[in-house]
Design a protein around this ligand. Structure first.
Ligand SMILES: [Zn+2]
Length: 105
């Protein structure tokens, strides 16, 4: 087996390349469907769906809008609300704290 990062020969049962430390042999974890926090307009359902399916967010929103109109508005709105309730929101990633001194007053 060869390392994907440095190309050197490594043992078949190894999980790390002993030359560069690259993780090998572990299949990528499947993406979880999550509502987007950064890209949301209402609840982040369309953005989360777009990220999950590797589609453009605007395309998903336009499709959702026209499907909602074509089906008499209610099914699309109910589906969106169900998605909002059922699909978990992606975890909040806070910026790494810098070495600033706490503000005292
Ligand atoms: Zn390597």
């Amino acid at each position: 087996m060869y390392c994907n990062a440095c190309g050197k020969t490594i043992t078949d049962d190894g999980r790390f390349c002993s030359y560069c430390g690259n993780v090998v042999g572990i299949p990528p974890t499947p993406k979880k469907l999550m509502r987007s926090r950064a890209d949301k307009k209402i609840g982040g359902v369309c953005a989360g769906l777009a990220h999950h399916l590797d589609l453009d967010v605007s395309l998903v929103r336009i499709l959702w809008f026209f499907i909602t109109l074509a089906t008499g508005i209610c099914p699309g709105v109910v589906a969106y609300l169900l998605g909002w309730i059922i699909i978990p929101q992606e975890p909040l990633i806070l910026p790494v704290a810098t070495s600033q001194q706490p503000v005292t007053s």
